[in-house]
Design a protein around this ligand. Sequence first.
Ligand SMILES: Cc1cc2nc3c(=O)[nH]c(=O)nc-3n(C[C@H](O)[C@H](O)[C@H](O)COP(=O)(O)OP(=O)(O)OC[C@H]3O[C@@H](n4cnc5c(N)ncnc54)[C@H](O)[C@@H]3O)c2cc1C
Ligand code: FES
Length: 273
Amino acid sequence: MAKILYNKQILPAYYQLGIRWENLPTIEPGQFVMLRLTKYIDPLLRRPFGVYKILGQGARGKGQGIEILYKVLGKGTRLMTNLKPDDEVDILGPLGNSFSAHSGKTNVIIVAGGIGIVPFYLLAKRFKKVRLLFGGRSKDDLPGLDDFKKLKIDIEVSTDDGSRGKKGLVTEIIAKQLSGNSLIYACGPQGMLKEVARIADKTGIPCYVSLDKAMACGIGACLGCAIKVKGQGPWVKSQENKSAIRNPQSAIYKMVCKDGPIFDAREIVWEEI
Ligand SMILES: Cc1cc2nc3c(=O)[nH]c(=O)nc-3n(C[C@H](O)[C@H](O)[C@H](O)COP(=O)(O)OP(=O)(O)OC[C@H]3O[C@@H](n4cnc5c(N)ncnc54)[C@H](O)[C@@H]3O)c2cc1C
Ligand code: FES
């Protein structure tokens, strides 16, 4: 159980929620928590939210709480807007994997769509040089932009309606940013992720995506967040030299909550996501 510190509306559909967390565990960029409002019976199940910031982080990296950045979508997030300081929430985490190190890549590009910006605040702070491509439907769908500006990183913004930054999709500005030494991290709507994965695949650039799937348990127990991944099925004989290889056509399921939410984009069977 944890207590609310603040719940601030930052844009018409977006809020920042500060949560005090005694004995905060180490949280890596990209990890998430499952959160439930104890005041209400419905919704019964916890909801997943990325950790946006660590609060009150001292010199030793220990924080006193976390900040969640959330978008009002359905019943649970609508009720979250009623949370007041000192209200209690039930929180489980940190859960899931985190973004892997960038192994010497010098052109690190973050591609975020709307609320998909969340996992990147902690990540961007780890790099001396990183470029953020941030897209939203309109200027009201760029939550946290001011926080990222304060990090003094390169930022390029696009909106579908042209109300801020370049008019068009964020995926339209990726190509000219790529070089031989690039690495892409992406999070956002599925259509955006698919297109980013396609561009990365075509150009041979490593790409890691954070997936968003509705989750009931968050710990790998309910199997509700399964996705199909490639090439890890049964061993077969290679046609070429008869050695044993993994059947490249085969696929298995992985759980977004336990095996993810971050995956190598090449691993995912995008047609079935
Ligand atoms: C790993 C992970 C991290 C996330 N981090 C954040 C975050 O930092 N901030 C944030 O605002 N949201 C985040 N989400 C999404 C968030 O969990 C959902 O928006 C939330 O659960 C919706 O709850 P609700 O009760 O308001 O909506 P519901 O009433 O449960 O659903 C409303 C509608 O949204 C759909 N829906 C429910 N959950 C999701 C989902 N996960 N993705 C797409 N559609 C969904 C439902 O099918 C329904 O149509 C994250 C999801 C995952 C899996
Ligand atoms: S949410 Fe239950 S297995 Fe992933």
